[in-house]
Design a binder for this molecule. Structure first.
Ligand code: DC
Length: 231
C-alpha cells in the first residue's frame, strides 16, 4: 500500500496532536509533533537566560542554534515519541503554561524556523508520516497528499487546555489559559515568517461540537480515501 504524508495544521489546543497520534497508530505511520520542537528551543532559551517576561535576546539564541539538538524517542508505554533536548527527555517540561507564554516569540524567529523546517523535511523522506503544527501544509510539505486544518472556538480550546494542565497537577487559572490561547492565535497568525494559514487545498475540520471518536472516524476515513486515490 502506498504511503502518504498527512499535514495537520490549526490553532493551539484544537486537538491536532490527539488525532494525529490516533491516526499514526491506526495507519502504522510515524507521528511528528512540530510544536514540541519549537517548545524545546523555547525551553533552551529559558534555561540559558535568553528569554523572560521582559526581554528576549533573539540574537544570542540564533548564535547558539548549532548547540541545540532536538530528537524524538518512541516511548512504548506511552505509545508516542517524546521530545529530547541534547539527549535529555524534556517531554513534560515543555508543556507548561510558562513555555506556552514564550513559544510564539521564539517561533517567530526565521533562523529558528529554518533549522526546524529542514529537520522536519528530513524526517519525512520516506513518507508514512503524520505531522502537526502551524505551517506543515503551507511550508514544510506543500505537496502533502492530505492536509487538514483544525479549528474550534477559543473558549472551547482554553477549556480543553485548562483541564489538561489541571490533570497534570499544574496550578493554573482558566483566565490565564484563555489569554494565552488568544495571544498565541494572534502572534502565530500575524508573524511575518510562515504565519498560521489554512492551505488552499486543506480540509477544514471544526471540532467544537465533535466527540473525539467522531473526529477520529471522520479523519481516518479521509486518510483511507486519500491513500486509495494514490494507489
Ligand atoms: O502545537 P503547540 O501548541 O505545541 O505549538 C507551540 C507553538 O509553536 C505555537 O504557539 C506556534 C509554534 N509552532 C509553529 O510556529 N510552527 C509549527 N509548525 C508548530 C508550532
Amino acid at each position: 500500500m502506498n504511503k502518504i504524508t498527512i499535514a495537520i495544521d490549526g490553532f493551539s489546543s484544537t486537538g491536532k496532536s490527539t488525532v494525529a497520534k490516533q491516526l499514526a497508530r491506526a495507519l502504522g505511520y510515524v507521528y511528528v509533533d512540530t510544536g514540541a520542537m519549537y517548545r524545546a528551543v523555547t525551553f533552551y532559551a529559558m534555561q540559558n537566560g535568553l528569554i523572560n517576561k521582559d526581554d528576549f535576546n533573539s540574537e544570542a539564541l540564533i548564535y547558539q542554534l548549532p548547540k541545540i539538538n532536538i530528537t524524538f524517542k518512541f516511548n512504548e508505554a506511552l505509545g508516542f515519541a517524546e521530545v529530547y533536548l541534547n539527549d535529555v527527555n524534556i517531554e513534560n517540561k515543555v508543556r507548561t503554561l510558562e513555555v506556552s507564554s514564550f513559544v510564539s516569540k521564539v517561533a517567530a524567529v526565521s533562523q529558528v524556523r529554518q533549522k526546524l523546517v529542514e529537520q522536519q523535511q528530513k524526517m519525512c523522506q520516506d513518507k508514512g508520516v503524520v505531522m502537526d503544527g502551524r505551517d506543515i501544509g503551507t511550508v514544510v510539505f506543500p505537496d502533502a497528499e492530505l492536509k487538514l486544518f483544525m479549528t474550534a472556538s477559543a473558549k472551547t480550546r482554553a477549556e480543553r487546555r485548562f483541564l489538561e494542565l489541571i490533570e497534570r497537577g499544574d496550578k493554573v487559572d482558566y483566565e490565564d489559559v484563555l489569554k494565552n490561547v488568544e495571544e498565541r492565535d494572534f502572534l502565530d497568525s500575524n508573524r511575518a515568517d510562515s504565519p498560521l494559514l489554512k492551505a488552499k487545498d486543506a480540509i477544514e475540520i471544526d471540532n467544537s461540537h465533535m466527540t473525539l471518536d467522531e473526529q477520529f472516524n471522520k479523519i481516518l476515513q479521509l486518510a483511507k480515501m486519500t491513500i486509495e486515490d494514490c494507489e
